[in-house]
Design a protein around this ligand. Sequence first.
Ligand SMILES: [Zn+2]
Length: 308
Amino acid sequence: MKQLAQEISARFSELGVEIPIGEIEERLDKMINKFKVPREEARRSVVNYFLKSYNIKRNEFYIGQSESPLINISDVDDGKWANIRGKIVQLWDNTHESISQVGLIGDETGTIKFTIWESAGVSSVEEGKSYLLKNVVVNEWNGKFQLNVNKSSSIETLDEEIEVGNATVEFNGAMVDIQSGSGLIKRCPECNRALTKGACMEHGKVDGVYDLRIKAVMDDGNSIQDAILKRDLVEEITGMTLESAITLAADALDQGVVLEKMKDLLVGRYYSVKGSRVDRYLIVESISPIFAYDLSELDELIAAAEVV
Ligand SMILES: [Zn+2]
């Protein structure tokens, strides 16, 4: 920390301002050791404090200083400053007034959450467009890295298409809905597309092949994630096989009963899903229940225990 304080002091000295090293060190110590602010962020913050105190422009201080390196999303690290080139994969509903936008940005190596703080004063980004985020700081939250676009950052629009890579991601939350097009469905035997009202959009009326699929809506309290489960995972998590689903539908003379049954089994429960993100969907590769009861279930459990 002494070395960091010396560096800061030396740079101010070049600009003709002498700040006692002890004063810098004290501020750094408070941020790093007391408030657990990452080292680089603490440095910026302390520098900003003295820039303000001595009325020095930020540009003047950083001129000739090395710029943040351009790095891949898979290589970001806690507390580091970086330039990130990527495509906006998703924008999420933002509930905090100090946040301008929040969402997911991706490059060839994967995706990462980003937050554009209101105080950054940058123009807003659009889903599906590519940008260069300059001077953003990485931090870790709940074991995941995220990017912060703050008042030291800037955003440039890029006129290029970025292919977003399929890094494995994990999402933990409640399944809050299962969308139509789920349950027992029929697929086109030619192209495997799901049929709508017995017809393929490419091949018209065809004799479809039965399959199981779930298009789930997951909610972790911060964001919503659409997730797609294929047949093997649907069978695993519902305990319902394709054959039993066909029988159930045949008995009821209604394919819709399978979807209703799945909703009864899964909606309102907590799951951990892992898979790859494709556009707005998480293509699930594994799913496991998270042990969590809501209060109504707890009452039932207590009642059941009393009967025994
Ligand atoms: Zn087809």
